[in-house]
Design a protein around this ligand. Structure first.
Ligand code: ZN
Ligand code: MN
Length: 465
């Protein structure tokens, strides 16, 4: 059984950077959103962004961690071009909070610590990867963006647990408004080991898809080594999403000496217990509470409610917005959870990236209710819908599809299908009930699902006598 631990860096959704007044926006023309402080110029001084501290405390609360009321920052020295001052301002000796846990499917994942630090510059490797690039460009727009680092104990046993944890964590962070999945990035360093070997650390994995694939690959790689009697070395690796593989970047076993020293340009900070209590009081309805409420208020089952609440930061809110306009909640939930998410996962897209309008989604359901689209056709059309985001009505018109209501037309199609599939007809007549599904499928195919399967079945039975 594998043991997996995470070090997650989440960009906080503040207005300005952690130690200067520059906007917290890492995109745009490179090196334009910068000042002497986030460029690390000699003589510049950091000033702490109080909102980032507040957000850090909120994060520690959803992680059930014990907050420190007094804390300070330290310099973590390393020589690398993503920090022009050659150190990162972070928290080391006393983190913002520690000893927490976060629950997924009834299992507690222990949280070692939560702390704040500045994001380094973004490095762009030109002409190759991290080890083979011709040269490297540095964009300091990202330098100084506030990060909240969350370190877990190695309590995960599988890629699935990690994925479930990350999805749930992101919905929590979004809910307490310290993070916006559309705007802020996150990335995780993933420690993976199996009982027979040393642990490897996969650096900077930045999406749910990659985290899942990199862990699966890494476990397979280590098991493979052990199987052939080879040693699993302690090393740092990188995940390449193009090849789906991890590869080694550093092998030396040394603990890098970061030479932590207190940051002398910042004073220590104190927060009162009262203030922390007030913050706790201000927390909104959290996903676990929402999960219960959705079940009660809309009569959803646990599976539906759980997927709505925990799989995507925007999904449950979207459900509730739609529910104001559309009152078959069961149907609404199913079309979101099963069909829409199914179609999205086929093209590797998250719900928040699709983010349809309430109007268009409700229209999609109403087309079926009004008899303008069969459910089967809806299951086809939803693929175009998630790809294009177009109005369903328009998609339907563009394709010239609808529901065939004309009896004679249906009869003709069914007749054709029966004569083209004599074997299935004989099978059915020979007592093989299942053959009917095959014939219904053929009618669907021929009509591009413009006939309701129930109607098709009735017609087939009628014609077969
Ligand atoms: Zn700045
Ligand atoms: Mn860090």
């Amino acid at each position: 059984m594998a043991r997996i631990g995470l070090e997650i860096h989440v960009q906080l959704n503040t207005e300005s950077k952690l130690f200067c007044g520059c906007r917290n926006e890492s995109g745009g023309e490179p090196n334009t959103n910068v000042c002497p402080t986030c460029l690390g110029m000699p003589g510049s001084k950091p000033r702490i962004n109080g909102k980032a501290i507040r957000m850090g405390y909120l994060v520690s609360m959803i992680l059930n961690a014990e907050p420190e009321t007094r804390m300070f920052f330290s310099r973590k020295s390393y020589f690398y071009p993503d920090m022009s001052k050659n150190f990162q301002i972070t928290q080391y000796e006393i983190p913002l909070a520690r000893n927490g846990y976060f629950e997924i499917s009834g299992k507690k994942i222990r949280i070692t610590r939560v702390h704040l630090e500045e994001d380094p510059a973004r490095l762009v490797h030109v002409g190759g990867g991290i080890t083979s690039a011709d040269y490297v460009l540095a964009d300091y727009n990202r330098s100084g963006v506030p990060l909240c680092e969350i370190v877990t104990e190695p309590d995960f046993k599988s890629a699935d647990e990690v994925v479930g944890f990350m999805r749930k964590l992101l919905t929590y962070l979004q809910r307490i408004k310290v993070f916006d999945v559309k705007k802020c990035n996150w990335r995780a360093d993933v420690n993976v080991s199996i009982p027979e070997g040393n642990r490897s650390e996969i650096k900077n994995v930045g999406s749910i898809k990659d985290i899942e694939k990199s862990i699966r690959f890494e476990i397979m790689r280590q098991e493979h080594l052990v199987k052939f009697g080879k040693e699993v070395k302690r090393e740092t690796r990188a995940y390449d999403s193009e090849t789906g593989k991890t590869r080694v970047t550093r092998t030396k076993e040394e603990e890098i000496d970061y030479g932590y020293v207190f940051e002398p340009d910042l004073t220590s900070f104190s927060t009162s217990r009262e203030h922390l209590d007030e913050l706790k009081e201000s927390l909104p309805e959290l996903p676990d509470e929402m999960f219960k409420r959705l079940k009660e208020e809309y009569g959803l089952n646990s599976e539906q409610a759980s997927i709505l609440v925990y799989s995507d930061p925007y999904l449950a809110f979207f459900f509730e917005e739609c529910a104001k306009e559309y009152d078959d909640y069961e149907k609404l939930a199913n079309w979101l959870v099963v069909e829409t998410l199914g179609a999205l996962s086929k093209i590797g897209k998250e719900f928040y990236e699709f983010d349809p309008s309430v109007k268009s989604f409700v229209q999609f359901l109403e087309l079926m209710d009004e008899g303008r689209m069969t459910a089967r056709l809806g299951q086809e059309l939803v693929h175009d819908y998630v790809k294009t985001g177009e109005e369903p009505k328009k998609l339907l018109d563009e394709k010239g599809l609808g529901v065939i209501k004309d009896e004679a037309e249906i009869k003709k199609v069914v007749k054709d299908v029966l004569s083209e599939n004599e074997k299935a007809v004989r099978d059915y007549e020979g007592g093989e009930e299942k053959a009917i599904h095959y014939l219904v499928g053929k009618v669907m195919e021929k009509t591009q699902a413009q006939v309701d399967p129930k109607t098709a079945k009735e017609k087939i039975l009628e014609l077969l006598g």
